[in-house]
Every structure is written in C-alpha cells, then in structure tokens.
Design a protein around this ligand. Structure first.
Ligand code: SF4
Ligand code: SF4
Length: 479
C-alpha cells in the first residue's frame, strides 16, 4: 500500500494518519480531526473526503465515489487541492508545513483576539511530585504551596466539566503524572468524553505492564522528555542516579510506545548545553519512531529562572540550531513533525504565548487552581479553583484572571496602538512579570518594549562564560 505525498499529477492513495481521530464536536456543532496536541476543524465536504482516505482508495476512486453522492458538485476541481491541503496540514501524513501547536478555525476565519471561543485544550497537572531534578524545570519553586492534590473523583468531575466546556485535547502532565494513582481512570474518562488523550512524561518508572494499562485505558499520544543526546550527559542533567541509565530506559519506553501503535513525541528543552546537539537529537527521535519532535526553548520561569545565566544559549548557538532544524524539516518531510521555535530572547518579537491569554488553553494545577497557562502560578493573582461553585465553562468565561489579559483592551502602549497586537497578543504575561515586575507590561522580549534592555543585557550575559546548571532541589516540607 502506498501513501505518497500528493504529486501535482497522478494517483496516490491518501491515508488518514493512524494517530488521528475524526470527531463530531457537540459544543461547536462541527467536525474536527484530532491528533497529537492539535485540532483541525473541518467543513462537511472536507470530512466527507477524509472519511474516504483509508489508504485503499486512489484519488480517482475517491473522486468517483464523491461524484456519485454529489453529481452536480465540482468534485474533480475541488478534491485534489483539498487533499493536497490536508496533506500539507498533516491530516494525511505528518508534514513540515503543518503549523506548530493547535490549528483552529480561528486562524482560518481571521477571528480577532477579542473573540471569546470555548477552550480547546486542557493541561491537567496531576501532581508536581517528580523523581527528576531538571535544572530547567519551570514548575513552581515553592511546591509546599501546591501540596494539596485533587483526588481521582475530583479529576473525573473536572474532565466532565472540561468536555462540557468544549475541550477537545487533554494533556496529562505534572511533575510526573505516572506518580498519580488513578491516571488510567482519568485517561479512560477523557476518551469516553471524546477528548484526544496525551501523556507528558519523563517515562521514569514506566514498565511494560503500566504501559499496557495506559493503552487499555485509551492513551493516544505519549510525549517523552529527553535531557540530552549523549546518555551520560542526559543522566547527569536529569539528576537521577540509578543502576540502569534513565536515558536508556527512556529510549526503551519510546520504542515500546511505538510498538503499541500509540503516537510518540520526543520533547527536548533546548538550553546552552543541549542546543549544540540538535542534529543528534533529531537523529535520536527518528531512530525511535517519533511522529513529532518538540525542540522547546528553555523558558525562564520557576526553577529555571534562577538558572538563567547557565541555561540561556548564545546567539551563535541559536542560529546554528535554527539552520540544523530547518535542514532536518526539509529532509524528513512528512515522516516526523519537527517543532522548533527561535528562543524568545533572540527574536525581535515575542511569541503569541498560549496563542493568546484565555483564548484556547486552560491549565488545572494539582490543587485545582484554574490557570490560563502552566506558568501563571507565579503571577500575583488569585486563581479560582475547580469544584468550588463555578464550572470550568463559567470560570473560562467570567473569572477575573481569565479576563485580565484576554483580547487587546488591557494592553498598555506600545502594544495598544501596535498593528501586530492581534498576532502576538503582547507576548507572555509570565515573562513580563518575571523580567519587569509587572504582568501588565509589554513582554520585554519585544524590541518595542520600554523594558527591552533587560533582555539585551541577558543576551550579553549569555555571551560570557556560563555558571554550572544547578539541579532542581526539593525540600521535604517546603516543596
Ligand atoms: S522539568 Fe524535570 S524536574 Fe521538572 S517536572 Fe519535568 S521532569 Fe520533573
Ligand atoms: S509592541 Fe506589543 S503588540 Fe507590538 S509587536 Fe511588541 S509585543 Fe507585539
């Protein structure tokens, strides 16, 4: 069976990605295709085409079948470009042309940042407990403040509320979510409610039996973090000492996931030490059969902020990594989606953090706090908790923190009058707070920000010799 990319002429047999799932979204009353950490909303005609893309029909046969159903429609004209577009978006195969993160109709119909839509994706942070001690960890430094954890019963209600609110993607994360007893029950509930299920894990402690249980529960995508391409450096950077190399265990786990026909992503946090091995990391991800490789630039939040001088790559390192990632995307093509974003500190403009505050994403922290992004726990705001009266849908729509930076009305100058404000939404609120002391400020990574000097001086600092990365420390009673 062949599944070639669409040629301008000639036949091929389109095959829907085995890791993608077609759903009817009851909240938005539309069709959607879900795959690892992404949602594509579909028109009825695109859904009809995708239903026929089972790898057995040629494009000619798909056209013939649709012509029988719709004799007066311009099928021959419309279907080939629709298939090419689906291929480019990764719906028929993973493609380097597919945009990062979540693609929604919001981009396609040009909706402005002020429009309120249902939440698209939820990160369920089940616990901040973790056996690893990564120096780039962006979780809170004060874990004592997050010692309370929701129970399995609580999370089951949260998942129901999330589905009712319109969430289509659910990522189980942490800390290390494998430490949470009852994870399988939660995965099963998320699947039963139609959500695409993602597990974000270090794979520490994962066994054949546990993986089988996760698969039986309905996990669809596992993302495994890798600390470095070199096994010895990887183990040292994870801060775990064990008889068996954790890195080797991760590679075993990655292959075990693929062997069970579950989509695999490899995630690497790029910092001063890992960024030079981007080529080897790409090779590693390909060798274990990943369908997606996320090369995530280190974020200066939580524990990582204290390590910033040790973690921030130099400009030359960033530029070299960009070139390697670009060449790999061109070489690998549809086989593996390589997601690489230029480090914030070296871009002139900030990223559209979370695709806009309170616009698509919701995070529920281990203690039930509902946040617009996983880093928001550091902000001096009072976040409401789940199951304390208001539903997730109500919190999404009406809670003060979600509305504080939603849209563009909150923006100070220079964002308020900037013609790029609907593209980047003023950048990252957590970064603005960490670097300027106020979340209300323009993200200082923007060259138009009056606080941009803090970023240029951090860049200068990065050009000097770096201190050693300090592994994450935990205190028994204070987190
Ligand atoms: S970054 Fe490392 S230490 Fe922090 S939660 Fe993830 S695996 Fe654990
Ligand atoms: S001024 Fe604000 S809106 Fe304009 S590019 Fe910079 S961060 Fe984005």
């Amino acid at each position: 069976m062949s599944n070639a990319p669409p040629a301008s002429e000639g036949e091929w047999r389109p095959l829907r990605s085995p890791y993608a799932r077609l759903v009817t979204d009851p909240i938005r009353t539309t069709q959607a295709l879900l795959d690892p950490e992404r949602v594509l909303f579909l028109s009825p005609s695109t859904r009809a085409i995708l239903d026929l893309c089972d790898g057995s029909r040629t494009t000619h046969e798909i056209i013939s079948s649709l012509k029988k159903q719709h004799p007066n429609a311009p099928i021959e004209r419309d279907v080939p470009p629709a298939l090419a577009s689906l291929h480019a978006k990764g719906a028929l195969a993973y493609s380097p042309l597919a945009p990062v993160a979540v693609v929604t109709e919001q981009e396609r119909d040009g909706a402005r940042g002020d429009d309120l839509r249902p939440p698209l994706a939820m990160t369920a942070e089940l616990t901040f407990r973790c056996p690893l001690r990564c120096g780039y960890c962006s979780n809170p430094t004060d874990l004592g403040a997050f010692a309370d954890e929701l129970s399995v019963e609580d999370w089951l209600k949260v998942l129901d509320e999330a589905a009712d609110a319109g969430v289509l993607q659910c990522s189980f994360s942490g800390g290390e979510p494998l430490l949470f007893d009852g994870l399988e029950q939660l995965i099963a509930r998320a699947r039963a409610r139609g959500m695409y299920t993602n597990l974000i894990t270090s794979a520490h402690g994962l066994t054949e039996e546990r993986l089988d249980a996760l698969v039986r529960a309905g996990i669809e995508h596992v993302q495994i973090s890798v600390q470095h391409a070199d096994p010895r450096r990887a183990d040292a950077l994870s801060g775990v000492s064990a008889q068996r190399s954790l890195h080797e265990h991760k590679l075993w786990a990655a292959r075990a996931v693929v062997a069970r026909s579950v989509a695999l992503s490899i995630n690497v946090v790029l910092h001063r030490e890992t960024i030079e091995s981007v080529g080897a990391l790409i090779d590693l991800a390909e060798s274990v059969g990943a369908v997606r490789l996320e090369l995530a630039s280190v974020q200066s939040h939580g524990w990582a902020l204290a390590n910033r001088a040790a973690l921030l790559p130099t400009r030359a390192q960033g530029e070299a990594a960009s070139r390697v990632a670009k060449a790999a995307k061109a070489r690998i093509g549809a086989k593996m989606r390589v997601v690489y974003v230029v480090p914030d500190y070296y871009a002139d403009r900030p990223k559209p953090c979370m695709d806009g505050w309170g616009r698509k994403f919701i995070t529920v922290a281990p203690d039930g706090r509902v946040l617009p992004c996983p880093g928001a726990h550091a902000l001096p705001m009072r976040f409401d908790r789940v199951l304390e009266g208001a539903t997730i849908e109500e919190l999404w729509r009406t809670s003060e923190p979600f509305n504080a930076f939603r849209g563009t009305a909150w923006m100070p100058e220079p964002c308020a009058s900037c013609d790029e404000r609907d593209r980047d939404f003023g950048g990252c609120r957590c970064q603005a707070f960490a670097l300027t002391g106020s979340a209300n400020n323009t993200d200082p990574t923007c060259s138009k920000s009056p606080h941009h000097a803090v970023v240029t001086s951090a860049r200068e600092e990065a050009e000097r010799a770096a201190p050693l990365i300090q592994l994450r420390r935990y205190h028994r009673d204070r987190g």
